[in-house]
Ligand binder design. Structure first.
Ligand code: FAD
Length: 311
């Protein structure tokens, strides 16, 4: 068995594996896709001390760095659950991760770092113009739209927060909400409505994103009250209809999740199951960013080491 098994090979998992391996303990890393969301990112301008990099380049450096420590890396395999082995006097703390292919990995401690995925609109043009105007992260991509007109799809807290954030950078923000009322907190709605360059349109069903093949030039939506199709001329479409944690495989396990599926962790990264820690976008960490996920991965690994020397 491993001393520490990291499940996930994004920024959180890579940081956790490096911190664990540097303690000289047997470390494994299981990842369906090494690099995680970073692979799907083009420009990264907020990875502190690196003014500009690109996702595939950062993902390659992550892998190189992890490999320097002799971490046992298993890719293209999926974790299908987590369980504590029935009490065994010889190995009282052994945890097991069954894989989708039928194998089982065993470890004394586990770090869950399976990340998340943005909920997609599933309309024509969304995939074609991803990173060419269709964006999911205002902290990441907002500055690319300085002085331009953008749309935010989604009137929940993340959509309205994104609109307020973007309004300080771009010329104009149109918020489109499918329902006839916004779901965002009243205080955020009030703030957004007070800003002169934010327009909020409810009962709006986004139907497609359009452009010239290279970049976004606009989008269409159906006004659900009149049934009419409307065009918005925008350079960017921020999709803010939810971030889904990759934690379906933990449903029904002893790991406590929020109603959104996030792994509940404490300040040390500990979950509800002793010996199991978690980090990054899959958890209740308040902001989902590369540098935050890396810090959380380091925290989880140091806490896992602490747990091992006590057990
Ligand atoms: P992830 O990166 O999601 O990695 C999860 C890992 O777990 C992957 O290896 C995945 O294959 C693996 N995995 C998932 N489920 C399983 C399973 N069942 N079994 C085994 N392995 C599994 N952040 C910034 O700071 N700056 C930016 O500029 C930026 N731009 C972004 C642009 C885009 C398009 C996207 C999508 C995100 C962007 N982000 C950016 C956010 C950033 O990528 C995430 O916050 C960060 O990657 C989270 O790291 P993580 O390790 O928690 O999870």
């Amino acid at each position: 068995p491993y001393d520490v098994l990291v499940v996930g090979g994004g920024p959180a998992g890579a940081a956790a594996a490096i911190y664990a391996a540097r303690k000289g303990i047997r470390t494994g890393l299981l990842a369906e896709r090494f690099g995680g969301q970073v692979i799907d990112t083009v420009g990264i301008e907020n990875f502190i001390s690196v003014p500009y990099t690109e996702g595939p380049k950062l993902a390659a450096s992550l892998e190189l760095h992890v490999k320097e420590y002799g971490v046992d890396i298993i890719t293209a395999q999926r974790a299908a659950g987590i369980q504590q082995r029935a009490s065994d006097a010889a190995q009282p703390y052994l945890l097991e991760v069954p894989l989708a292919n039928g194998a089982t990995l065993k470890s004394r401690a586990i770090i869950l770092a399976t990340g998340a995925r943005w909920r997609e609109l599933n309309v024509p043009g969304e995939v074609e113009y991803r990173n060419k105007g269709v964006a999911y992260c205002p902290h990441c991509d907002g500055p690319f739209f300085k002085g331009k007109r953008v749309a935010v799809v989604g009137g929940g807290n993340s959509g309205i927060e994104a609109a307020i954030d973007l309004a300080g950078l771009v010329e104009h923000v149109t918020v489109l909400e499918f329902a006839d009322t916004l779901r965002a907190d009243e205080i955020l709605q009030r703030k957004a409505r007070s800003m002169p360059n934010i327009e909020i349109i409810s009962s709006a069903q986004t139907t497609d994103v359009v452009g010239d093949g290279q970049k976004v030039s606009g989008m269409h939506y159906i006004d659900r009250k009149s049934g009419e199709t409307q065009h918005l001329a925008v350079a960017g479409v921020f999709v803010q209809i939810g971030l889904v944690p990759n934690t379906e495989f933990l449903q029904g396990s002893a790991i406590e999740l929020t109603r959104f599926g996030e792994v509940i962790i404490d300040a040390k990264g500990a979950t509800s199951l002793p010996g199991v820690f978690a980090a990054g976008d899959a958890t209740t960490v308040p902001h989902k960013q590369i540098i935050i996920a890396m810090g959380a991965g380091a925290t989880a690994a140091l806490s896992a080491f602490d747990h091992l020397i006590r057990s």
